[in-house]
Design a protein around this ligand. Structure first.
Ligand code: SF4
Ligand code: SF4
Length: 319
């Protein structure tokens, strides 16, 4: 198969993004991630296959609609309990989806005109994706922006990402790759010539704690960061600040030391304080909320962590 016809699985494309690299950007989110961060704000990114999503805000309920009840051959959709319509005092009976039975076939989405049910995860060829994101080129040109490939872990689809980045560079679009760094070194080597900026997550400097909490050790991640730096790549480090996990001054100091050791490769360090806005997204895909629910770190705490990083001569922002 020629590179431009290669297919990848995308779960979202967001235009006018200003958080994912310089200027105005279009960010492409790919399905699938080998990590399992308890604070993940994109639960739809974790699985590699397409998934059924149900949004209570769009569902108009069984009394007015109920069309999906009759189409599921697996019997995964049944009447749910009577509850209050979101944001009102009105009673409504929604549907209940049994996720253990649902095989994500997508048939029910075809009858749901209000858009309560939809499939999360769509296949794109390289060609179609590049055509789609290049429509925003005037915005990139005006703002110094470009395209960011994100996930999930985008490099879980390494050949697809390689072909997309290569095609974007051929038409002179600035490229950024948002990665956990948890991938084979050869995947990093392949994309390096076509990636203007790596957005690189550093979660914890202690490998044992890293593995305990996100499911994988950190050695490969740290090695790949060194690999990028050695090859002359540019890195924007992202540190999610997670209560009781990586928010100690000691861990942030060690992270600062590591960033400093990467030399001029590190152009910016971003502190991303934990927030709990991902909870409603979980409810669209899972029966129960699995996301971490904790008190966000205080402004004072974040400011202190910023100062620790700045002491290493790093440029640090808070998002
Ligand atoms: S078809 Fe859609 S809007 Fe109608 S009851 Fe089912 S989920 Fe709700
Ligand atoms: S996606 Fe398929 S199996 Fe799942 S609830 Fe809808 S119709 Fe049933």
């Amino acid at each position: 198969m020629s590179g431009i016809n290669l297919k990848g699985k995308v779960y979202d494309i967001q235009g006018f993004s200003i958080q994912d690299g310089p200027g105005i950007r279009t960010t492409v989110f790919l399905k699938g991630c080998p990590l399992s961060c308890p604070w993940c704000h994109s639960p739809e990114s974790q699985a590699f296959g397409s998934q059924l999503s149900w949004m209570s805000m769009r569902c108009i309920g069984i009394e007015q609609c109920g069309k999906c009840l009759n189409v599921c051959e697996k019997g995964a959709i049944t009447p749910g309990e009577v509850t209050k319509k979101s944001g009102t005092d009105e009673d409504i009976q929604y549907v209940h989806i049994n996720r253990k039975i649902c095989d994500n076939c997508g048939s029910c989405t075809e009858v749901c005109y209000p858009g309560g049910l939809s499939m999360c995860g769509e296949e794109y060829t390289v060609n179609d994706l590049v055509d789609r994101v290049s429509k925003d080129t005037p915005f990139y040109e005006q703002s110094g922006g470009g395209v960011t490939i994100s996930g999930g872990e985008a490099l879980s689809q390494p050949q697809f990402v390689f072909e997309v980045l290569k095609s974007l560079k051929e038409i002179e679009i600035h490229t950024a790759l948002d990665t956990t760094g948890f991938t084979d070194g050869k995947n990093i080597d392949a994309v390096l010539p076509y990636t203007d900026l790596f957005l690189y997550d550093l979660k914890h400097m202690d490998s044992v704690q890293h593995k305990q909490v996100v499911g994988v050790a950190n050695e490969k991640i740290l090695e790949n960061a060194k690999r990028i730096a050695k090859a002359g790549g540019k890195i924007q480090v992202r540190i999610p600040v997670i209560p009781h996990f990586n928010d100690s001054q000691d861990n942030i100091r060690q992270t600062g030391e590591f960033c400093k050791s990467l030399g001029e490769a590190v152009v910016l360090v971003q502190l991303l304080p934990y927030h709990n806005l991902g909870i409603t997204k979980y409810q669209r895909i899972f029966d129960d909320v699995k996301v971490l629910e904790a008190e966000p770190p205080s402004d004072e705490k974040i400011q202190k962590l910023k100062e620790i990083l700045e002491d290493f001569g790093l440029t640090v922002t808070i998002h």
